[in-house]
Design a protein around this ligand. Structure first.
Ligand SMILES: *Cc1c(COP(=O)(O)O)cnc(C)c1O
Ligand SMILES: [Zn+2]
Length: 389
Protein backbone atom coordinates (compact mmCIF):
# COMPACT_ATOMS: atom_id res chain seq x y z
CA UNK A 1 0.00 0.00 0.00
CA UNK A 2 1.12 3.49 -0.90
CA UNK A 3 0.78 6.64 1.23
CA UNK A 4 -1.41 9.29 -0.42
CA UNK A 5 0.10 12.10 1.66
CA UNK A 6 0.22 15.31 -0.40
CA UNK A 7 1.06 18.28 1.85
CA UNK A 8 0.70 19.88 5.27
CA UNK A 9 -1.88 22.52 6.12
CA UNK A 10 -1.91 24.85 9.12
CA UNK A 11 -5.04 24.15 11.16
CA UNK A 12 -5.30 27.85 12.09
CA UNK A 13 -4.16 30.04 9.16
CA UNK A 14 -4.51 27.36 6.41
CA UNK A 15 -1.09 28.09 4.92
CA UNK A 16 0.19 24.96 3.13
CA UNK A 17 3.66 23.41 3.33
CA UNK A 18 5.73 20.68 1.71
CA UNK A 19 5.22 17.47 3.71
CA UNK A 20 8.64 16.01 2.88
CA UNK A 21 10.64 18.08 5.34
CA UNK A 22 11.20 17.92 9.10
CA UNK A 23 8.90 20.62 10.46
CA UNK A 24 7.25 21.45 13.77
CA UNK A 25 4.60 24.19 14.16
CA UNK A 26 3.38 26.55 11.42
CA UNK A 27 6.28 28.95 10.71
CA UNK A 28 3.72 31.72 10.10
CA UNK A 29 1.42 31.54 13.12
CA UNK A 30 2.84 28.92 15.50
CA UNK A 31 -0.20 26.62 15.42
CA UNK A 32 -0.28 22.87 14.56
CA UNK A 33 0.15 21.55 11.04
CA UNK A 34 -2.12 18.74 9.80
CA UNK A 35 -1.35 16.14 7.13
CA UNK A 36 -3.49 16.20 3.97
CA UNK A 37 -3.98 13.35 1.51
CA UNK A 38 -5.16 12.80 -2.05
CA UNK A 39 -8.37 11.15 -0.89
CA UNK A 40 -9.99 11.12 -4.35
CA UNK A 41 -7.21 8.85 -5.59
CA UNK A 42 -7.05 6.80 -2.39
CA UNK A 43 -10.77 5.98 -2.54
CA UNK A 44 -10.32 4.13 -5.85
CA UNK A 45 -8.67 1.22 -4.03
CA UNK A 46 -8.78 1.95 -0.29
CA UNK A 47 -12.20 0.58 0.65
CA UNK A 48 -13.30 -0.97 3.91
CA UNK A 49 -13.36 -4.34 2.15
CA UNK A 50 -9.70 -3.89 1.14
CA UNK A 51 -8.72 -4.15 4.81
CA UNK A 52 -9.35 -7.91 4.88
CA UNK A 53 -6.11 -9.81 5.29
CA UNK A 54 -4.11 -6.76 6.30
CA UNK A 55 -1.92 -6.72 9.45
CA UNK A 56 -3.77 -6.41 12.77
CA UNK A 57 -2.03 -3.15 13.64
CA UNK A 58 -2.48 0.49 12.72
CA UNK A 59 -0.39 0.22 9.54
CA UNK A 60 -3.45 -1.43 7.95
CA UNK A 61 -4.59 2.14 7.17
CA UNK A 62 -1.31 2.87 5.32
CA UNK A 63 -2.88 4.81 2.44
CA UNK A 64 -4.01 7.48 4.90
CA UNK A 65 -0.81 7.49 6.96
CA UNK A 66 2.25 9.67 6.25
CA UNK A 67 5.14 7.18 5.97
CA UNK A 68 5.97 6.64 2.29
CA UNK A 69 8.73 4.00 2.36
CA UNK A 70 7.59 0.67 3.89
CA UNK A 71 11.11 0.23 5.31
CA UNK A 72 10.28 3.04 7.75
CA UNK A 73 6.98 1.54 8.95
CA UNK A 74 8.47 0.52 12.29
CA UNK A 75 6.13 -1.56 14.41
CA UNK A 76 5.59 -3.39 17.68
CA UNK A 77 2.04 -4.23 16.62
CA UNK A 78 0.40 -1.12 18.01
CA UNK A 79 -3.26 -0.32 17.48
CA UNK A 80 -6.15 -2.56 16.35
CA UNK A 81 -7.12 -2.91 20.00
CA UNK A 82 -10.32 -4.64 21.11
CA UNK A 83 -13.66 -3.06 21.89
CA UNK A 84 -14.95 -4.62 25.10
CA UNK A 85 -18.59 -4.57 26.16
CA UNK A 86 -19.05 -3.33 29.73
CA UNK A 87 -22.27 -5.05 30.77
CA UNK A 88 -21.91 -4.81 34.53
CA UNK A 89 -21.02 -1.12 34.57
CA UNK A 90 -23.66 -0.48 31.91
CA UNK A 91 -26.34 -2.20 33.95
CA UNK A 92 -25.41 -0.20 37.05
CA UNK A 93 -25.85 3.01 35.03
CA UNK A 94 -29.00 1.90 33.18
CA UNK A 95 -27.18 1.67 29.82
CA UNK A 96 -27.42 -1.24 27.38
CA UNK A 97 -24.59 -0.45 24.94
CA UNK A 98 -21.57 0.61 26.94
CA UNK A 99 -18.10 -0.27 25.60
CA UNK A 100 -14.44 0.32 26.37
CA UNK A 101 -11.74 0.68 23.74
CA UNK A 102 -8.94 -1.13 25.56
CA UNK A 103 -5.80 0.82 24.72
CA UNK A 104 -3.79 -0.76 27.55
CA UNK A 105 -2.90 -3.59 25.14
CA UNK A 106 -0.66 -1.31 23.09
CA UNK A 107 3.15 -1.60 23.32
CA UNK A 108 4.32 0.15 26.54
CA UNK A 109 0.72 -0.18 27.79
CA UNK A 110 -0.91 3.01 26.57
CA UNK A 111 -2.31 4.59 23.42
CA UNK A 112 0.72 6.88 23.30
CA UNK A 113 2.26 4.09 21.18
CA UNK A 114 -0.06 5.03 18.30
CA UNK A 115 1.14 8.62 18.14
CA UNK A 116 4.79 7.94 18.77
CA UNK A 117 5.16 5.10 16.27
CA UNK A 118 4.04 7.55 13.59
CA UNK A 119 6.07 10.57 14.73
CA UNK A 120 9.25 8.53 15.18
CA UNK A 121 8.86 6.56 11.94
CA UNK A 122 8.22 9.68 9.89
CA UNK A 123 11.04 11.63 11.60
CA UNK A 124 13.41 8.76 10.76
CA UNK A 125 12.18 8.70 7.17
CA UNK A 126 12.80 12.45 6.89
CA UNK A 127 16.34 12.13 8.23
CA UNK A 128 16.15 13.09 11.93
CA UNK A 129 19.35 12.09 13.75
CA UNK A 130 17.96 12.25 17.32
CA UNK A 131 14.58 12.95 18.92
CA UNK A 132 13.41 14.51 22.19
CA UNK A 133 10.16 14.76 24.16
CA UNK A 134 8.71 16.29 27.33
CA UNK A 135 6.46 13.74 29.06
CA UNK A 136 4.29 12.89 32.05
CA UNK A 137 5.35 9.26 31.60
CA UNK A 138 3.51 7.27 28.94
CA UNK A 139 4.64 9.36 25.95
CA UNK A 140 8.27 9.00 27.02
CA UNK A 141 8.00 5.23 27.33
CA UNK A 142 6.40 4.92 23.90
CA UNK A 143 8.90 7.29 22.32
CA UNK A 144 11.81 5.32 23.82
CA UNK A 145 10.43 2.06 22.42
CA UNK A 146 10.06 3.35 18.86
CA UNK A 147 13.34 5.26 18.95
CA UNK A 148 14.93 1.90 19.75
CA UNK A 149 13.16 0.28 16.78
CA UNK A 150 14.32 3.10 14.51
CA UNK A 151 17.84 3.16 15.96
CA UNK A 152 17.58 6.83 16.95
CA UNK A 153 18.99 8.38 20.17
CA UNK A 154 16.07 9.37 22.48
CA UNK A 155 16.16 12.28 24.96
CA UNK A 156 13.38 12.46 27.53
CA UNK A 157 12.52 15.29 29.95
CA UNK A 158 10.03 14.40 32.69
CA UNK A 159 8.88 15.97 35.99
CA UNK A 160 10.83 14.54 38.92
CA UNK A 161 7.61 13.33 40.60
CA UNK A 162 6.88 10.93 37.71
CA UNK A 163 6.24 7.37 39.03
CA UNK A 164 9.65 5.64 39.12
CA UNK A 165 8.41 2.73 36.99
CA UNK A 166 8.29 5.08 33.98
CA UNK A 167 11.89 6.16 34.48
CA UNK A 168 12.93 2.51 34.77
CA UNK A 169 11.04 1.66 31.58
CA UNK A 170 12.50 4.57 29.58
CA UNK A 171 16.02 3.70 30.72
CA UNK A 172 15.53 0.00 30.00
CA UNK A 173 14.51 1.01 26.48
CA UNK A 174 17.76 2.90 26.06
CA UNK A 175 16.62 6.52 26.42
CA UNK A 176 18.56 9.36 28.04
CA UNK A 177 16.25 10.54 30.87
CA UNK A 178 16.44 13.95 32.62
CA UNK A 179 14.29 14.57 35.72
CA UNK A 180 13.05 18.17 35.89
CA UNK A 181 12.02 20.11 39.01
CA UNK A 182 8.78 21.46 37.52
CA UNK A 183 5.79 20.67 35.32
CA UNK A 184 5.61 19.28 31.79
CA UNK A 185 5.67 22.88 30.51
CA UNK A 186 9.12 23.27 32.11
CA UNK A 187 10.24 20.02 30.47
CA UNK A 188 9.04 21.41 27.14
CA UNK A 189 11.34 24.42 27.60
CA UNK A 190 14.40 22.16 27.86
CA UNK A 191 13.38 20.30 24.71
CA UNK A 192 12.90 23.60 22.87
CA UNK A 193 16.35 24.81 23.91
CA UNK A 194 17.87 21.61 22.52
CA UNK A 195 16.05 22.20 19.23
CA UNK A 196 17.46 25.72 19.02
CA UNK A 197 20.95 24.31 19.64
CA UNK A 198 20.44 21.73 16.87
CA UNK A 199 20.64 18.67 19.13
CA UNK A 200 17.43 16.90 18.13
CA UNK A 201 13.94 16.93 16.56
CA UNK A 202 11.01 17.70 18.94
CA UNK A 203 8.17 15.13 18.95
CA UNK A 204 5.94 16.94 21.52
CA UNK A 205 2.16 16.54 21.23
CA UNK A 206 0.90 18.41 18.14
CA UNK A 207 4.20 20.25 17.75
CA UNK A 208 4.95 18.00 14.79
CA UNK A 209 2.25 16.86 12.33
CA UNK A 210 2.30 13.08 12.74
CA UNK A 211 1.44 12.00 16.28
CA UNK A 212 -2.12 13.00 15.50
CA UNK A 213 -1.97 10.81 12.38
CA UNK A 214 -1.13 7.79 14.52
CA UNK A 215 -3.86 8.63 17.02
CA UNK A 216 -6.49 9.10 14.33
CA UNK A 217 -6.40 5.36 13.66
CA UNK A 218 -8.66 4.98 16.72
CA UNK A 219 -11.34 6.64 14.59
CA UNK A 220 -10.79 4.19 11.72
CA UNK A 221 -11.00 1.30 14.17
CA UNK A 222 -14.34 2.56 15.53
CA UNK A 223 -15.78 2.33 12.01
CA UNK A 224 -14.50 -1.25 11.79
CA UNK A 225 -15.95 -2.17 15.20
CA UNK A 226 -19.38 -0.79 14.32
CA UNK A 227 -19.38 -2.15 10.78
CA UNK A 228 -19.30 1.11 8.87
CA UNK A 229 -21.12 3.15 11.48
CA UNK A 230 -19.79 5.16 14.39
CA UNK A 231 -20.92 5.04 18.03
CA UNK A 232 -23.28 7.71 19.38
CA UNK A 233 -21.00 8.98 22.13
CA UNK A 234 -17.19 8.97 22.52
CA UNK A 235 -15.79 9.79 25.97
CA UNK A 236 -12.13 10.76 25.83
CA UNK A 237 -9.71 11.79 28.61
CA UNK A 238 -8.03 14.93 27.30
CA UNK A 239 -4.55 16.26 27.93
CA UNK A 240 -2.98 17.57 24.74
CA UNK A 241 -6.01 16.25 22.86
CA UNK A 242 -4.29 14.38 20.01
CA UNK A 243 -6.78 11.53 20.18
CA UNK A 244 -9.92 13.63 20.02
CA UNK A 245 -8.43 15.82 17.26
CA UNK A 246 -7.19 12.77 15.38
CA UNK A 247 -10.48 10.87 15.55
CA UNK A 248 -12.39 13.95 14.42
CA UNK A 249 -10.02 14.20 11.43
CA UNK A 250 -10.40 10.48 10.70
CA UNK A 251 -14.20 10.82 10.59
CA UNK A 252 -13.93 13.48 7.87
CA UNK A 253 -11.43 11.40 5.92
CA UNK A 254 -13.63 8.30 6.13
CA UNK A 255 -16.66 10.26 4.95
CA UNK A 256 -14.65 11.46 1.91
CA UNK A 257 -13.48 7.89 1.34
CA UNK A 258 -17.12 6.83 1.24
CA UNK A 259 -16.78 4.59 4.31
CA UNK A 260 -19.27 6.36 6.59
CA UNK A 261 -22.16 8.83 6.45
CA UNK A 262 -22.15 12.40 7.78
CA UNK A 263 -23.31 11.18 11.23
CA UNK A 264 -20.83 11.85 14.02
CA UNK A 265 -20.58 10.74 17.63
CA UNK A 266 -20.96 13.39 20.32
CA UNK A 267 -17.38 13.95 21.47
CA UNK A 268 -17.05 14.30 25.25
CA UNK A 269 -13.76 15.78 26.46
CA UNK A 270 -12.91 14.76 30.04
CA UNK A 271 -10.38 16.58 32.19
CA UNK A 272 -9.44 16.60 35.88
CA UNK A 273 -10.96 19.32 38.05
CA UNK A 274 -7.39 20.23 39.11
CA UNK A 275 -6.37 20.97 35.50
CA UNK A 276 -9.30 21.74 33.21
CA UNK A 277 -8.35 24.49 30.74
CA UNK A 278 -10.45 22.98 27.93
CA UNK A 279 -13.54 22.60 30.12
CA UNK A 280 -13.23 26.20 31.27
CA UNK A 281 -12.83 27.47 27.69
CA UNK A 282 -15.81 25.36 26.60
CA UNK A 283 -17.99 26.80 29.35
CA UNK A 284 -16.86 30.36 28.58
CA UNK A 285 -17.64 29.88 24.89
CA UNK A 286 -14.16 30.98 23.78
CA UNK A 287 -12.02 29.54 20.99
CA UNK A 288 -8.65 29.41 22.78
CA UNK A 289 -7.97 28.16 26.33
CA UNK A 290 -6.13 30.23 28.94
CA UNK A 291 -3.24 28.33 30.62
CA UNK A 292 -4.32 26.65 33.90
CA UNK A 293 -2.47 27.79 37.02
CA UNK A 294 -1.23 25.32 39.69
CA UNK A 295 -2.24 22.21 37.75
CA UNK A 296 -2.69 19.26 40.07
CA UNK A 297 -4.23 15.80 39.49
CA UNK A 298 -3.52 12.10 40.03
CA UNK A 299 -4.17 11.59 36.31
CA UNK A 300 -0.70 12.59 35.09
CA UNK A 301 -1.63 12.42 31.40
CA UNK A 302 -4.31 15.06 32.00
CA UNK A 303 -1.89 17.47 33.73
CA UNK A 304 -1.47 19.64 30.64
CA UNK A 305 -1.98 23.30 31.63
CA UNK A 306 -1.81 24.62 28.06
CA UNK A 307 -2.52 22.64 24.88
CA UNK A 308 -1.32 24.02 21.53
CA UNK A 309 -4.27 22.24 19.84
CA UNK A 310 -6.86 23.74 22.22
CA UNK A 311 -8.96 25.27 19.41
CA UNK A 312 -9.09 21.95 17.56
CA UNK A 313 -10.30 20.08 20.65
CA UNK A 314 -12.95 22.74 21.26
CA UNK A 315 -14.09 22.63 17.61
CA UNK A 316 -14.53 18.85 17.70
CA UNK A 317 -16.49 19.02 20.96
CA UNK A 318 -18.75 21.86 19.75
CA UNK A 319 -19.26 20.72 16.16
CA UNK A 320 -20.22 17.25 17.38
CA UNK A 321 -22.79 18.51 19.89
CA UNK A 322 -20.69 17.06 22.70
CA UNK A 323 -19.52 18.66 25.90
CA UNK A 324 -16.51 19.02 28.20
CA UNK A 325 -16.55 17.70 31.76
CA UNK A 326 -14.19 18.15 34.72
CA UNK A 327 -13.89 15.26 37.17
CA UNK A 328 -12.53 15.62 40.74
CA UNK A 329 -9.67 13.23 41.58
CA UNK A 330 -11.76 11.52 44.30
CA UNK A 331 -14.32 10.48 41.67
CA UNK A 332 -11.57 9.28 39.34
CA UNK A 333 -10.05 7.21 42.12
CA UNK A 334 -13.44 5.73 43.06
CA UNK A 335 -14.11 4.89 39.39
CA UNK A 336 -10.73 3.16 39.08
CA UNK A 337 -11.58 0.94 42.04
CA UNK A 338 -15.00 0.22 40.53
CA UNK A 339 -13.92 -0.73 37.00
CA UNK A 340 -11.56 -3.52 38.07
CA UNK A 341 -13.97 -5.62 40.16
CA UNK A 342 -16.87 -5.01 37.74
CA UNK A 343 -15.13 -5.69 34.43
CA UNK A 344 -11.72 -7.25 35.06
CA UNK A 345 -9.80 -4.27 33.73
CA UNK A 346 -7.04 -2.52 35.70
CA UNK A 347 -6.97 0.92 34.10
CA UNK A 348 -4.92 4.11 34.34
CA UNK A 349 -6.52 7.03 36.24
CA UNK A 350 -7.03 8.95 32.97
CA UNK A 351 -9.17 6.07 31.74
CA UNK A 352 -11.08 5.87 35.01
CA UNK A 353 -11.99 9.55 34.67
CA UNK A 354 -14.16 8.67 31.65
CA UNK A 355 -16.46 6.54 33.81
CA UNK A 356 -16.79 9.34 36.36
CA UNK A 357 -17.68 11.69 33.49
CA UNK A 358 -20.24 9.24 32.14
CA UNK A 359 -21.90 9.17 35.55
CA UNK A 360 -22.33 12.96 35.32
CA UNK A 361 -23.78 12.64 31.80
CA UNK A 362 -26.30 10.05 33.00
CA UNK A 363 -27.28 12.20 35.98
CA UNK A 364 -27.81 15.20 33.69
CA UNK A 365 -29.86 13.16 31.19
CA UNK A 366 -27.34 13.79 28.41
CA UNK A 367 -27.12 10.15 27.26
CA UNK A 368 -29.96 7.78 26.40
CA UNK A 369 -30.36 4.19 27.57
CA UNK A 370 -29.72 2.44 24.23
CA UNK A 371 -27.04 4.74 22.81
CA UNK A 372 -23.72 3.19 21.85
CA UNK A 373 -21.20 4.77 24.21
CA UNK A 374 -17.43 4.19 24.02
CA UNK A 375 -15.14 4.98 26.95
CA UNK A 376 -11.50 5.36 25.93
CA UNK A 377 -9.48 3.28 28.37
CA UNK A 378 -6.26 4.92 27.27
CA UNK A 379 -3.72 3.11 29.43
CA UNK A 380 -3.01 0.33 31.87
CA UNK A 381 -3.12 0.74 35.64
CA UNK A 382 0.05 -1.29 36.06
CA UNK A 383 2.28 1.80 36.20
CA UNK A 384 0.02 3.50 38.76
CA UNK A 385 0.16 1.01 41.62
CA UNK A 386 0.76 3.95 44.00
CA UNK A 387 -2.91 4.91 43.52
CA UNK A 388 -4.29 1.59 44.75
CA UNK A 389 -5.35 1.28 48.38
C1 LIG B 1 -1.42 11.14 27.45
C2 LIG B 1 -2.54 10.41 28.02
C3 LIG B 1 -3.86 10.89 27.91
C4 LIG B 1 -4.18 12.19 27.22
O1 LIG B 1 -4.03 12.05 25.85
P1 LIG B 1 -4.02 13.27 24.83
O2 LIG B 1 -4.18 12.68 23.50
O3 LIG B 1 -2.73 13.99 25.03
O4 LIG B 1 -5.15 14.17 25.20
C5 LIG B 1 -4.89 10.10 28.40
N1 LIG B 1 -4.64 8.91 28.99
C6 LIG B 1 -3.40 8.41 29.14
C7 LIG B 1 -3.21 7.09 29.82
C8 LIG B 1 -2.30 9.14 28.66
O5 LIG B 1 -1.07 8.63 28.77
ZN1 LIG C 1 -0.45 28.93 10.49
Amino acid sequence: MKSYLTHLECAWCHQTYDADQLINLCPDCGKPLLARYDIDSARQTFSRASLGGRPANLWRYGEMLPVRDPAYRYTLNEGYTPLIKLDRLGQALGLTNLYAKDESLNPTASFKARGLVMAVSRAAELGAKAIAIPTAGNAGSAMAAYAARAGLPAHIYTPQDVPSIFVAEMKALGAQVTLVDGLITDCARYVREGVEEGHWFDVSTLKEPYRVEGKKTMGYELAEHFDGELPDVVIYPTGGGTGIIGMWKAFDEMEQLGWISADRPRMISVQSAGCAPIVRAYEQGVELAEPWQNAKTIADGLRVPAAVGDFLILRAVRDSGGTAIAVPDEETSAALHEIGPAEGLFVAPEAAATLAALRQLVADGLVQRDERIVLFFTGSGLKYSHLIH
